[in-house]
Design a protein around this ligand. Structure first.
Ligand code: B3K
Ligand code: ZN
Length: 876
């Protein structure tokens, strides 16, 4: 399959004013009649009308009222071309599709007997032939017809214009979307569903109807999604002055879904995982994720839908921006400074755990890629999370108000248009009177930049010099990197741990945090009136997505961990201290020496754990050791077994020395009364459960009793899951019984059974043989993406110790599953295919076995282009 290049973009030959569609819904034969009104795009040179179709049967094609003769068009490999088309064209197309056989979950498909669509990025072409590209925007009118008993609810984008009976047991609904949209935002839902609904008054006084649609048995799980939707609407009004533009806004939950959710105009379709919640089935993290994803999809209504992408290379224009918006929303919903910091830390954790490795591997790509084979493979952590960091840097540079001005200008200029990342950058630049030419490099250079800092204090002159040197890591096809514009937020601590007032250059003000703008490869900044040698706090709040290198002593790190006013850097200091120990222990484990660790880390951790002034949520995150995959990133040659041994040893020794404090924290952070997912309660539960998980490492009877008691008495899923995970990773007598009881208690709740699979997949004792056994469980199915992810992905990505078993059994299993999944659902298979993409980094014995597994997949004769792209790039 050939790559598509960003430089090859050409505008379409024709625009579309209106699209009318009629669906006769039937699982085994759905007829789709489409009428498209085209008008010539005079800016384009070409007259060839180009439409795309994928696995659709073309029944009829009429142009301007007449059947189109076979010789008047070409149909090759899913591309339908009508050469020398007139300026004004009305095309009538009839297609036939089979939703019941659609296991790819793209286009129109059936899930549990109901119809759903997923069209982003290129799924609309699985419904009809169409100029399925985001810069072609049109107004849609959609008629749905179906059996009334089986499909009582018929939904599409926009407003319901008319509905009624057809007489023959069938009924219809006519929907009209008043806004122009690209085809990827089209949606329909038909089936047996019910909704929770609410009327709200918008900022302007207009009324809007909000609905959350689910299957019958789930109506007791919609409250949190509805509340999150209302909060999102209020937040966008307040923070960005953006109001809901429709009279009706719907969310629909579906159990079979490739990703998290989809922002179809007025009809968001969600994975059940990001809608359904009540205290019985959902954890604190689930509640937070639902709020974030509901927010994310809602915010797309402006950033993505009203202003959309010109082409798919611009994907981060909507995704990076919308992730940034949902991050800010979640932070504002918590409201406290420390809550905001914990949210920031969580987001940076994701970036380091997933995006940094991507940026250092064979799939590395810029935030605005130059080419792709399959666009579905580019819904990545780089596009989303690094993209959000890039957007955040505008706010760091210009402040909240400056950022808001940029957003206002962006909408003023581009509402209703399909635009590029350059347009967004230009709006930010113009609104703030700044030249942001250099900033483009964040969009076109891949790889994580490094910033190395050295300092020099002159006690006589009372000056402090800070020299920053940046270097960009070379990535495939981009050896040399030009310097980035990097905002580096800095503070200086005096001997008592207080922030010093900073005198930089000629500025009169003396703030305690300044943002240095690093533009050249190397730059020195001079602080004046520095009365004592400071400890620098660099890259506060993680002001840029870079790796920061500074030669801190252990004592300085402990000092920062205890005193830094910037909560992010307090956390960071602890992580650096822990990382040093983890790397040293990993080396000891590799050389076969006895593992041992000094008391310094335990002392710092103890101080944090016992500091009642600190928010429990912050203490929890500060005491959580860097993940095994994050440690792996620090090594030239990855040795998963040694990393696991090191991390486990460190957890055990911390548990031993902190046992009394951990027991105290466990007791003191009990949350009484009915469950509430608010940040304060969730924070206490998190600290209490982290304490239990550390104590679990001691694996003795007193702790087993604690786990068992928590399991038996839990009144919410967070506590229950933590207790079950602790039991599953222990030798406790009640281990097997608890797992069995959990299953039978929640057999009717698919999302909870996903957790049951996933917890076992990640347990220390679970090897490949155990995973294969779980796959034989009647509740397992490869066809349901959530279920496949809960077991197979959790094992391959979440259990590095067992997955990287030295006999290579994990890799053989991986190859089998990639191939099996690929036959059903290429998008999901291609995600799993990524699990081995960093094979070159591993110790030779593992590397060879990984290579063999990759070859085995590569040699298959029937790979989808999704999987083929990932495997080819991994082997390149
Ligand atoms: N825009 C969708 C992602 C679609 C993925 C298609 N393979 C969800 C989101 O980012 O909000
Ligand atoms: Zn999105």
């Amino acid at each position: 399959p050939a790559a598509i290049y960003r430089k090859d973009y050409t505008p379409p030959s024709h625009w579309i004013s209106t699209v009318e569609m009629g669906f006769d819904l039937d699982p085994s034969a759905t007829r789709v009649a489409t009428r498209i009104v085209f008008e010539r795009n005079h800016a384009g040179s070409d007259r060839t009308l180009t439409l795309y179709g994928d696995e659709v049967e073309l029944v009829q094609l009429r142009m301007n009222g007449k059947a189109l003769a076979k010789r008047a068009y070409q149909l090759e490999q899913g591309v339908l071309r009508i050469p020398s088309a007139p300026d004004d064209v009305v095309l009538e197309i009839e297609t036939l599709i089979r939703p019941d056989r659609n296991t790819s979950l793209m286009g129109l498909y059936v899930s549990n007997g109901n119809f759903f669509t997923q069209c982003e990025a290129e799924g609309f072409r699985k419904i009809t032939y169409f100029p399925d590209r985001p810069d072609v925007m049109a107004k849609y009118k959609v008629m749905l017809r179906a059996d009334k008993r089986k499909y009582p609810v018929l939904l599409s984008n926009g407003n319901l214009i008319e509905q009624g009976d057809l007489g023959d047991g069938r009924h219809y609904a006519l929907w009209e979307d008043p806004f122009k949209k690209p085809s990827y935002l089209f949606a329909l839902v038909a089936g047996n569903l019910i909704c929770q609904e609410e009327q709200i008054k918008l900022q302007s006084g207009r009324k809007a109807l909000l609905q959350v649609w689910v299957e019958e048995g789930n109506l007791d799980k919609t409250q949190h999604a509805m509340a999150s939707l209302i909060n999102s609407i209020r937040w966008d009004e307040k923070r960005f002055g953006l109001e809901l533009d429709l009279d009706r806004f719907m969310i629909v939950a579906v159990g079979d879904f490739n990703m998290g959710a989809m922002e179809n105009k007025g009809l968001n379709i969600f994975n059940t995982k990001y809608v359904l919640a009540n205290p019985r089935i959902a954890t604190d993290v689930d509640y937070a994720n639902i709020e974030a994803v509901v927010g994310h999809e809602y915010f797309h209504n402006w950033t993505g839908n009203r202003v959309t992408c010109r082409d798919w290379f611009q994907l981060s224009l909507k995704e990076g921006l919308t992730v940034f918006r949902d991050q800010e929303f979640s932070a504002d919903m918590i409201g406290t400074d420390s809550g905001r910091a914990v949210k920031r830390i969580d987001d940076v954790r994701v970036l380091r755990q997933a995006q940094f490795p991507e940026d250092a591997g064979p799939m590395a790509h810029p935030v605005r890629p130059d080419s792709f084979v399959e666009i579905s493979n580019f819904y990545t952590v780089t596009i989303y999370e690094k993209g959000a960091e890039v957007v955040r840097m505008y706010q760091t540079l210009f402040g909240r108000d400056g950022f808001r001005k940029g957003m206002d200008l962006y909408f003023e200029r581009h509402d209703g248009q399909a635009v590029t990342c350059d347009d967004f950058r230009a709006a930010m630049a113009d609104a703030n009177g700044r030249d942001l030419a250099q900033f483009e490099r964040w969009y076109d250079q891949a790889g994580t930049p490094r910033v190395s800092v050295t300092t020099r204090y002159d006690a006589g002159a009372h000056t402090y010099e800070m020299t920053l040197v940046q270097s960009g890591a070379s990535t495939a096809g981009q050896e040399e990197k030009r310097p980035f514009l990097i905002p580096v937020s800095v503070g200086l601590l005096d001997g008592k741990g207080r922030d010093m007032p900073l005198s930089l250059g000629d500025a009169e003000e003396q703030p305690t945090t300044v943002v240095l703008e690093l533009k050249a490869r190397s730059q020195t900044f001079l602080f004046r009136n520095v009365m004592e040698k400071p400890v620098p706090s660099i890259l506060r709040n993680f002001s840029a997505p870079v790796v920061l290198e500074y030669d801190y002593t252990d004592a300085e790190l402990a000092f920062l961990m205890a005193h830094d006013s910037d909560a992010f850097n307090r956390w960071e200091a602890g992580q650096r201290l822990a990382m040093r120990r983890l790397l040293a222990l990993t080396a000891l484990s590799q050389s076969g020496d006895a593992l041992q660790v000094d008391a310094a880390l335990a002392e710092s951790f103890s101080a944090t754990l016992n500091d009642g002034e600190l928010d429990p949520a912050f203490r929890e995150t500060a005491l959580n050791l860097p993940a095994e995959t994050v440690v792996a990133e620090q090594m030239d040659v990855i040795d998963p077994q040694a990393i696991h041994a090191a991390r486990r040893f460190l957890r055990q020794s911390l548990a031993k020395s902190l046992r009394p404090s951990l027991l105290n924290a466990y007791r003191d952070n009990a949350v009484n009364g009915p469950y509430s997912p608010d940040a304060a309660s969730a924070g206490k539960r998190a600290l209490r459960n982290l304490s239990l998980s550390y104590l679990g490492e001691l694996d003795d009877e007193e702790i087993h009793a604690l786990m068992q008691k928590q399991y038996d008495n839990a009144n919410n899923m967070t506590d229950r899951m933590t207790a079950l995970a602790a039991l599953a990773n222990s030798r406790a007598a009640g281990r097997a019984a608890a797992l069995a009881r959990f299953y039978s208690d929640f057999e009717q709740e698919p999302l909870v059974i996903d957790k049951w699979f996933s917890l076992q997949a990640m347990a220390r004792t679970t090897d490949v043989a155990a995973v294969r056994k779980l796959m034989k469980h009647p509740a397992f199915s490869l066809k349901n993406p959530n279920r496949a992810r809960s077991l197979i992905f959790s094992f391959c990505n979440g259990n590095p110790f067992r997955f990287h078993a030295i006999d290579g059994s994990g890799y053989e299993f991986w190859a089998e599953q990639v191939l099996a999944l690929d036959a059903l659902n290429p998008q999901v298979a291609a995600r799993l295919a990524r699990s081995l993409d960093r094979w070159r980094k591993y110790a030779p014995a593992l590397r060879e076995k990984m290579h063999a597994a990759l070859k085995r997949v590569a040699d298959s004769s029937r790979l989808s282009k999704d999987v083929k792209e990932v495997i080819t790039k991994s082997l390149a």
